[in-house]
Design a binder for this molecule. Sequence first.
Ligand code: HEM
Length: 279
Amino acid sequence: MAGDGRAATRQQTPALSSEAPSLGGAAGSAEQPRLRWVREFWASTLGKKIVVAATGVILAAYVILHALGNLKALQGPGDGEPAAVDQYATFLRDVGDPVIPAEGLLWIVRAILLAALVIHVVGITQLIKRNRAARPGNPPVVRRTLASRTMALSGFLLLAFIVFHILQFTTLTIHPTPLAQGAVYANLYGAFQEWWIVAIYVAMMAVLFLHMRHALWSVLQTAGWDKPNRNPTFRRGATTTALLVAGGFALIPILFFVGALPEPPSASASASAGIEAPG
Ligand code: HEM
């Protein structure tokens, strides 16, 4: 599948490069406005692919760190003190304080992630449009691979999931189960007692696996590191990384649902944080 994608990418290049402004010309001229090379880089198909890959790496790095952070839920509800995952969430809010105001670093990271996500989605959408424009009418000049179609769909599903997920666990706007600010363990416990919430999360982690596996492999191709003798290792590496991340995430809802993780002392969680009523 990935191999097909690569072949398609190579076939597309001549058709698309004719639309792309030259990078060297703009960068080399002293009269050009300073930021012109950025515009021209973004306007070129290769430049867009590099930006999409770079922003994808930023997003993947966040997803890997987030999966590792979530695994702190496996340490349970805490023995007379806040749960490890709650302490970790507090640390993320307070890190840098007092040099940086509380939540300052968190907001910087949020701004970087949001910018990376917007640029990633805009870049991908434009590349897809450009691909379609390069083959007007039917039959297609370039064979659209199953992988590329799956990437657009899985990316769209992940975007919808992220919106739902932030509205649920960060802003606490959607609360089909009781949620409290800062009580991450109790929030997860409550949410993942509901089979349909578990089903959404586990299904979305399968989508994340598919998206990440192909994305990691594509990044290596965009970087030009793919070589026939290395590709099997790269493919295995992409599959293993995506499996570990998606599997690590999926473990949390599953373990809460099957009762492998203990119930939090709900009274103390509610008292310290103020439970939001569901609905
Ligand atoms: C089973 C899977 C997941 C669980 C249990 C989970 C859990 C959580 C929790 C509890 C929070 C709120 C943390 C806090 O209040 O401090 C959160 C925030 C967040 N999650 Fe997830 N997450 C999962 C998967 C994902 C995935 C796959 C993505 C991205 C593709 C993601 C992106 C985010 C983002 C962007 C935030 C907001 C962070 C912030 O700005 O505060 N999560 N997640």
